[in-house]
Design a binder for this molecule. Structure first.
Ligand code: ATP
Ligand code: MG
Length: 228
């Protein structure tokens, strides 16, 4: 099976070699759980490896994303080059509906051969719907379309709190092939960030919560280590 290497240190081991190609992931986490950092590094590592990618930001402006990510990942010194050569694109569409995002993806595939995409976040699309069932229907349509595109995508999903295990599963989680849960766990006066591959169709994977850290040179996932 062909796999897409996330390129994030330790993460491909968690996934038994990477994400099965053309499978789509929900990056699920509460506020500040590192959804943006994780999604951004996925696109950045792809760009470095010659797979063009687009980061579709529905909330923050591209300037904000660049500013925040260069402050967090100070070691990503080739970021400006990857951006100016369009290997790494950060775009904020004018309209937030799934049909606009789909159109944008198709256009960038045709004109810039993109292979990776991140959509940050589905919550921003959801806000535009008054009617929940209408949102679900549109989401289904979007994913049927995504299945036919030659990309491997991630979509950030904002969880209302840190308790991901008990939070009700949303439509995003059923239609996506994989769910990565990002945690910001507290114990006594410590906080530990952890990732859990909750589901990943098409591959075996580690099922434990695995601690990770943000470092200037990227996220490090500590495979084999316990959270506490
Ligand atoms: N240089 C750094 N070193 C360590 N941790 C950092 C650094 N910069 C940012 N962080 C951590 O990263 C977190 C934010 O990450 P990120 O923006 O990726 O999260 P998010 O899940 O997208 O958040 P939001 O809910 O706001 O969209 C911050 O809360 C902070 O804890
Ligand atoms: Mg974010």
């Amino acid at each position: 099976m062909q796999r897409v290497k996330t390129g994030i240190a330790g993460m491909d081991e968690v996934l038994n070699g990477g994400i099965p190609i053309h499978r789509h992931i929900a990056l699920n986490g509460g506020p500040g759980a590192c959804k943006t950092s994780f999604g951004f590094e996925y696109i950045y590592r792809g760009a470095q490896a010659g797979e063009n990618g687009v980061y579709i930001s529905l909330e923050e402006t591209p300037e904000d994303i660049i500013e925040n990510m260069s402050a967090t990942f100070t070691g990503f010194t080739d970021m400006p080059d990857l951006i100016s050569s369009k290997k790494l694109e950060i775009l904020k569409p004018d309209r937030f509906m799934f049909e606009d995002i789909a159109e944008l993806l198709e256009e960038r595939i045709a004109n810039n051969d993109i292979r990776r995409a991140v959509i940050d976040s589905s919550t921003m699309v959801r806000l535009a719907f008054k009617d929940e069932s209408e949102y679900r229907e549109t989401m289904f349509e979007f994913f049927s379309l995504l299945r036919n595109l030659d990309i491997t995508a991630m979509m950030c999903v904002e969880a209302p709190n840190q308790n991901l295990a008990t939070s009700k599963f949303d439509i995003e989680h059923f239609v996506m092939d994989g769910i990565f849960n990002l945690y910001n766990l507290g114990k006594a006066d410590q906080r530990v960030k952890a990732i859990e591959v909750y589901k990943m169709r098409g591959t075996n994977h580690i099922r434990d919560k695995v601690p990770f850290k943000l470092t200037p040179n990227g996220i490090k996932v500590f495979v084999g280590e316990k959270v506490f």
